[in-house]
Design a protein around this ligand. Structure first.
Ligand SMILES: *Cc1c(COP(=O)(O)O)cnc(C)c1O
Length: 332
């Protein structure tokens, strides 16, 4: 046997998950479901026949999302987390190159390499904005734009995104953090058949452990993905949890409000070393990773162009207080 060349150089997943007390490293929502909602949920799960396959294309969850977003069900596909859907955007289109703009979410490049596609990196500028992507659409299969961008926290500008969309090349806008942002680009779906909006229940919805993500695009893109996606991919249980969360969206909104308030509180204290953010995390220009770890606080250590910086997820109030106090000590 021989392992495929594309895969040989892949490293196993190692996330900086050292021992800690406070985890601010994965952009998770710091709040679990309220206990009352959880028991309601477990009651409704009891009614699900575990011996039966779920809906073959996850229709109950798609229909709920269609209602939630005010869009047709034929324009929505759901996945086990949004990561689960990324490979399909690379599989279904013609062309050789996958365009990314580093520093950004690592999974676009990961799946592009796995598919044997050529990765064209057009790095973000010094303000972390995309640069003339419309000039690099020759033989391009798909362009990934993360907005707001992980790990830099900023939104990409509408006028720059429009220029890329106007070329007609397929564009994925990853809006994993849109609930924390001042703008999103869902409305552009009306004007552009080449646009895919990718979203997740892992961040604002607080369901990272349940694994739900979705993409919205024109019907041809969605039906193509459904043709090649394994049947029965979504668990009956996770779909039920996603549906319940949409029924209780006011909880999500309230928590998003709290997280934004806390984000701005932290940013104001460290305003000279903290980048603006439209997400639930902050990029900070301070090499405090090891110092914080010593205090039991795990954040994300940045590398490459962002080395010397940390990415800190906004947590619960007391977690943020501990972080603030430790960082003040580091800064002396
Ligand atoms: C967290 C994150 C995701 C979501 O991943 P899931 O698989 O849905 O948990 C997707 N894109 C970006 C940019 C993220 O930061």
């Amino acid at each position: 046997m021989r392992i495929r060349r594309e895969i040989e150089n892949f490293k196993p997943y190692i996330l900086d998950e050292p021992k800690g007390v406070i985890f601010l490293n994965k952009n998770e929502n710091p709040f679990d479901l309220p206990e009352e909602l959880k028991s309601k949920l477990l009651d409704s799960m009891r009614k699900i026949p575990f011996n039966r396959y779920p809906d073959i294309v996850a229709n109950p969850l798609r229909e709920k999302l269609a209602e939630f977003l005010g869009l047709g069900v034929e324009r929505i596909v759901v996945g086990n987390g949004s990561d689960d859907l990324i490979p399909y955007f690379i599989k279904i289109f013609e062309g050789d190159k996958v365009v990314i703009s580093s520093p950004t979410f690592k999974m676009y490049e990961f799946f592009a390499r796995l598919e044997g596609a050529e990765v064209l990196d057009i790095p973000l500028d010094e303000d972390f904005e995309i640069v003339d992507l419309e000039k690099h659409v020759d033989n391009v299969r798909v362009v990934f734009i993360c907005s707001p961008n992980n790990p830099t926290g900023n939104l990409q500008r509408r006028e720059k995104i429009l220029k890329v969309l106007e070329t007609g090349v397929p564009v994925v806008i990853d809006e994993a953090y849109h609930e924390f942002a001042s703008e999103n680009y869902l409305d552009l779906l009306d004007d552009f058949d080449n646009l895919i909006i990718l979203r997740t229940f892992s961040k604002a919805f607080g369901l990272a452990g349940i694994r739900i993500g979705y993409a919205v695009a024109n019907e041809e893109i969605i039906s193509t993905i459904l043709k090649i996606r394994p049947p029965f991919a979504m668990s009956s249980l996770s779909m039920k949890i996603g549906e319940l969360m949409m029924d209780n969206y006011e909880i999500v909104k309230e928590r998003v409000r709290f997280i934004i308030e806390e984000r701005e509180r932290i940013r104001n204290i460290f305003s000279d070393i903290t980048y603006p953010s439209e997400t639930n995390f902050l990029l900070m220009d301070v090499p405090a990773y090891d110092f914080l770890l010593e205090r039991g606080i795990v954040v994300r250590k940045m590398d490459g162009r962002l080395s010397g910086k940390i990415r800190v997820t906004v947590g619960r109030r007391e977690e943020n207080d501990a972080f603030i106090s430790a960082l003040k000590d580091f800064l002396g």
